[in-house]
Every structure is written in structure tokens, then in C-alpha cells.
Write a protein that binds this ligand. Structure first.
Ligand code: ZN
Length: 374
């Protein structure tokens, strides 16, 4: 039996839970004593944090170093339009305000940094369970490896257009880990591009509530957990498939004492740290009339801030045409622009590898430009 009890106000708030045989007072006390780490305060993390707070989870820790921007608002309902004012608030600050209004009995701790090996050492030993609500490969593998090292389960989800995947990794030896499902050797390359990362606004809400439900089931010790399998949801065609993920006996998850997080850089957001990725304010300080090769698709085209439109030479083209263009139109330097700063950096790296110099990516793409230029 768990110690402590629910106040009258809590009993009223959670009445619908208390009436369920699978929850009851003991289950609600389990939720009250739970400490859940949520990494990412975007589309998934906002939903997970909201529903876990509403369900009466006593302690939530939310980690995200990002700021709210206008492109978030079609799917990240935890943030509001007010959050797109200048200066843009941190996502964790915006989320904290909302969570406070959802349930004052939940204690929310926030960390306004991206998740690193150092954050893992600080936060994982204390938490009961991790929710991976990130959207990039490097963070996912870091979270996976850290969870193995600190012997924690991860409730994982990923999104793509109308589709999403849900899984529970590293859970009580009953399933493998992310590396069992998607083995990877050596350096983790960021495969998501700006175009590929499109997602319909409701998809994170569906997968996020599935993650929250899985957390609650694990805390209560009820139901079938999505360990050792991937639940694949396709909202466009109304299908849910399940794939089994056998444990790979050679995987690092079978040797937790050998996990070494040192090879992860302290900042797992490689595109913000790359020397080829330059912030727009720095560019304008160095080059008052920059030549910008605009890689955005027709759908992504929105006007740039006046300050930039007035001084820059904008050269829209497809990425396949860039090398031929710079060959025929020598200029130094060129800056590559895309929506999120991912495609542009991948292309800048490719060109530099081929021997080109003085070609850079605009850090964070148009999304970041709108944050930096009023
Ligand atoms: Zn594994």
C-alpha cells in the first residue's frame, strides 16, 4: 500500500479515475508519486505534459532549449499565439504557464537546455520513466543510450505527415531498444530534412495521447505495454499495425555497464553548432548585402522580413541546380537558406566536401530569421 492519501479536492478532481477498477485510490496515489521526464516541449511533449498533469502525475520534468515560433502553432497547442511575440519565450516557459492552469497539484520542473549527456546524468537517476518527445535522431539515440545506462524505460513516439510510431524501449527486459529496431554504427547522421519533416497538426496530438496513456499504464502496472514492438499508426488510411522488435543479443542494451555517452557532444543539436551554419544577424554584420540562395519549395515561400528583402540578393533555386549556378556565377560568399536550416546545412557540407569554400548555411532557416529580425 502506498503511503499518503488524497485530499477531498483531489478526490473530486480525479473522481472518474477513482471509479475505475484499474486505477482507484491506490492507482491515483501511484500517479501522484510518479516522476516523469519529458524530453521535448513541442507537439508530442506538450500533449504528454498536459495529459499527465491532468491525470494527476505528481512530478513532471520538461526539457527543451527551443523557443516558440509561428511554425509551431499549427500543432503545438500548449503554446499560444502570444508566444510568438518578440522576444520569443522558451517553450518550457510557455508550457509551464499552461500546465499551471491544467493542474496546480502537479509540480513541473523545467530545463531550458537541449538534452545532453550531462543533463542525462543529472535527471535520469531521479526519474521513474522517460518520454522521448524529440524530433531528431541524435537526441533519440542519446536518450536511448542514456536510458540503458541508467536502467530506465522510454516511451517513444515519432511522426511523419499523417503517420506516427509508438514504442516502449528498454522496458524490464521485455523488449529491446531503439538500436535493436534501428541499428546504427558510428556517427549519427541527421536524416530528417525540412521537406521530410512536415506533419499534420493533429498527428502529434494522437501519438502524444498514446504516449501519455502508455506512461499511465506503466505507472499503474496495468495492460499490455508496447515493449518489444512498434505500433504504427496511419491516420490517412485509418490503419494501426504492430511490428515485433526482437532483442538483438549483440546490442548495447544487453550490456548496460558498457554504455559510454562521451561520444555524444554536449549539445546534441548539431545543426546549431556547425561552423558552416551562421546566424542571420552575424551574416548581416559581416556582409551588408548578402547573396542568398533560397532553397525553399513553392509551398514554403513566405516573404522574408523587410530588413532582409531590402538588402539581400535572393536567388531561388532547387538544390540540384546550386553547384552549376555557383560554377557559372562566382561570388563570395553565398549563403544557403531553407525552412529550418537543415537542408541548407546538408548541402553546404556537401559542397565544402567537394572543395567549394565560402558557402554557408543560414542557421535555423526562415523560422529562426523571423525570431532574430523584427
Ligand atoms: Zn538494443
Amino acid at each position: 500500500m502506498l503511503q499518503g492519501e488524497l485530499s477531498n479536492k483531489e478526490r473530486i478532481r480525479y473522481l472518474r479515475h477513482l471509479l475505475m477498477p484499474q486505477v482507484g485510490t491506490q492507482g491515483q496515489l501511484r500517479l501522484k508519486h510518479a516522476n516523469i521526464l519529458i524530453i521535448g516541449a513541442g507537439g508530442l511533449g506538450g500533449v504528454v505534459a498536459s495529459y499527465l498533469a491532468a491525470a494527476g502525475v505528481g512530478r513532471l520534468t520538461l526539457v527543451d532549449g527551443d523557443h516558440v515560433d509561428a511554425t509551431n502553432l499549427s500543432r503545438q497547442l500548449i503554446h499560444s499565439s502570444a508566444g510568438t511575440q518578440t522576444p520569443a519565450p522558451l517553450k518550457v516557459d510557455s508550457a509551464r504557464e499552461r500546465i499551471k492552469t491544467i493542474n496546480p497539484y502537479t509540480t513541473l520542473t523545467t530545463h531550458s537546455d537541449f538534452f545532453t549527456a550531462k543533463t542525462a546524468a543529472e535527471l535520469l537517476p531521479e526519474c521513474d520513466l522517460i518520454c522521448d518527445c524529440t524530433d531528431n535522431f541524435k537526441s533519440r539515440y542519446l536518450i536511448n543510450d542514456a536510458a540503458i545506462k541508467y536502467k530506465k524505460s522510454i516511451v517513444f513516439a515519432s511522426l511523419y505527415h499523417f503517420e506516427g510510431q509508438l514504442s516502449v524501449w528498454n522496458h524490464e527486459n521485455s523488449g529491446g531498444c531503439l538500436r535493436c529496431a534501428y541499428p546504427i554504427d558510428g556517427e549519427i547522421k541527421e536524416r530528417a530534412s525540412c521537406q521530410e519533416s512536415g506533419v499534420l497538426g493533429v498527428t502529434p496530438a494522437i501519438l502524444g495521447t498514446m504516449q501519455a496513456q502508455e506512461v499511465i499504464k506503466i505507472v499503474l502496472g496495468i495492460g499490455k505495454i508496447a515493449a518489444g514492438q512498434i505500433i504504427s499508426y496511419d491516420g490517412l488510411n485509418h490503419t494501426i499495425d504492430q511490428f515485433m522488435v526482437p532483442i538483438n543479443p549483440n546490442c548495447i542494451c544487453q550490456r548496460p555497464d558498457e554504455v559510454n555517452l562521451d561520444h555524444y557532444s554536449q549539445a546534441p543539436m548539431p545543426f546549431q553548432q556547425d561552423p558552416l551554419s551562421i546566424n542571420i544577424l552575424e551574416i548581416l554584420a559581416q556582409t551588408p548585402a548578402p547573396h542568398i540562395i533560397d532553397l525553399r519549395s513553392y509551398e514554403e515561400m513566405v516573404e522574408l522580413p523587410d530588413q532582409l528583402e531590402e538588402c539581400a540578393t535572393l536567388l531561388p533555386m532547387e538544390k540540384e541546380s546550386v553547384e552549376e549556378f555557383i560554377t557559372n556565377n562566382p561570388h563570395s560568399p553565398y549563403y544557403l537558406l531553407c525552412q529550418q536550416g537543415v537542408d541548407s546545412l546538408v548541402l553546404a557540407r556537401e559542397l565544402v566536401q567537394k572543395g567549394w569554400s565560402d558557402i554557408f548555411s543560414i542557421n535555423g532557416g526562415v523560422s529562426k530569421i523571423y525570431l532574430d529580425l523584427p
